[in-house]
Design a protein around this ligand. Structure first.
Ligand code: FES
Ligand SMILES: [Fe+2]
Length: 383
């Protein structure tokens, strides 16, 4: 861990991140490169916040599960026989093996090591050759369960149980997203991949318009004229609306493949896109006809597991030509990623230099600055 003097230097740097964008420093490069910072972020920030772990429609029926790691904590998300979602530590109560891998469907959760078996509520129900000990009770060994809650179709987990209830944590979030009727969206593609960058920079670039002319000159840049400022909101998120040229979910040359807009939208919402970052690890954009989102899970300071989910209004998904048209949207999202990722990897190399220093935000990075201010306050109090 840091010595006292370097910690106080870091705190001093964090205090240069200001609520006033026009005089705010960026986060100190160490926050993106030091493994000791990742430890602080995981132990305090990821444990204590509500962490986004997917859209609730990812798990379609009883026994449908997926696994993920939040830092070094392996987790199972599974739908039980009452159709409720559950989150368990993916650690066997016998001698600790992980229980499930990847995603799939199961009737019971059976440990591959010595066959201890749990039901979909995490109750231990079968243990071979343990009958010799009369004090041994299955009820003493359930899976460790985490707190889960949902908002607007998103599933959130709070591992240490200390976060305020999800509604107060999110504040104005549901109100801000109301026009898009987020719960009615259907997920049509989920993809996981790793990027050699910090978990924060991946979300930052998604939430700023500053890089568009330089990183996406012939793809996205035309779509996005200068946006509104960020909304003035309460809660652990930042959000920014901007009108678009045509449809932001499609490349300029694919504009004639648009799916219909969600029927309830009106006014400027029909002609723009809202970019939102729910702290710490969820970001998404809502256009009139699609929603695309990314969740980031740190693997190391310079490596991040990304989960991408793409959603459409239910009416669109049910239409005959949906698959053909959706392909054009998927191409647009993949192309934007392919353009961003080399820059994120270059940024990571520069940030990792011992000579890297804090910079200053531009007026086109207000959501990034809002996050930096939130983060600086969280981390300053904790280290
Ligand atoms: S570690 Fe799971 S049954 Fe032994
Ligand atoms: Fe980008």
């Amino acid at each position: 861990m840091h010595q006292h003097s370097s910690l106080s230097r870091l705190n001093e740097k964090l205090s240069r991140v200001s609520q006033n964008l026009r005089k705010s420093a960026t986060l100190p490069p160490q926050c993106y490169a030091d493994e000791s910072i990742i430890e602080v972020e995981l132990a305090r920030l990821f444990d204590q916040s509500w962490i986004s772990v997917g859209r609730t429609d990812r798990w379609t029926s009883s026994g449908s599960y997926s696994t993920l790691n939040i830092g070094t904590t392996p987790i199972i998300i599974i739908r039980n026989n009452d159709n409720d979602l559950k989150a368990f530590a993916n650690s066997c109560r016998h001698r600790g093996s992980t229980l499930l891998q990847g995603d799939g469907d199961c009737k019971k959760i059976r440990c591959p090591f010595h066959c201890w078996t749990y039901d979909l509520n995490g109750k231990l129900i079968f243990t071979p050759r343990m009958e010799c000990d009369e004090n041994f009770q299955h009820s003493d060994y359930p899976l460790i369960e985490f707190r889960l809650d949902t908002s607007d179709g998103f599933l959130f987990i709070n591992m240490d149980g200390s976060a305020p209830d999800l509604t107060s944590w999110l504040g104005d979030f549901s109100k801000t997203m109301l026009p898009w009727d987020m719960r009615s969206l259907a997920s049509t593609r989920v993809r996981e991949f790793d990027v050699d960058c910090n978990w924060k920079t991946f979300i930052e670039v998604f939430n700023e318009y500053y890089h568009l002319p330089y990183v996406h000159p012939s793809s996205l840049n035309w779509l996005y004229p200068e946006p509104d400022g960020t909304d003035d909101v309460e809660g652990n998120f930042t959000s920014q609306f901007g009108e678009t040229n045509g449809n932001a979910g499609l490349l300029p040359e694919d504009q004639n493949h648009a799916l219909p807009s969600a029927p309830q939208l009106k006014g400027r919402e029909l002609n723009g896109t809202r970019y939102t970052w729910v702290y710490p690890n969820l970001t998404f954009a809502t256009a009139p006809d699609t929603m695309w989102m990314y969740e980031t899970f740190p693997i190391a300071a310079n490596k991040t597991r990304i989960i991408q989910t793409i959603c459409f209004p239910k009416q669109s998904v049910e239409a005959d030509d949906f698959e053909t048209k959706a392909q054009h949207y998927y191409n647009r999202f993949d192309e934007a990623l392919a353009e961003d990722i080399p820059f994120l990897e270059q940024q990571q190399k520069g940030l990792s230099s011992k000579y890297a220093q804090q910079g200053q935000f531009s007026v086109l990075e207000p959501s990034v600055a809002n996050f930096a201010y939130w983060y600086a306050n969280k981390v300053k109090d904790l280290i």
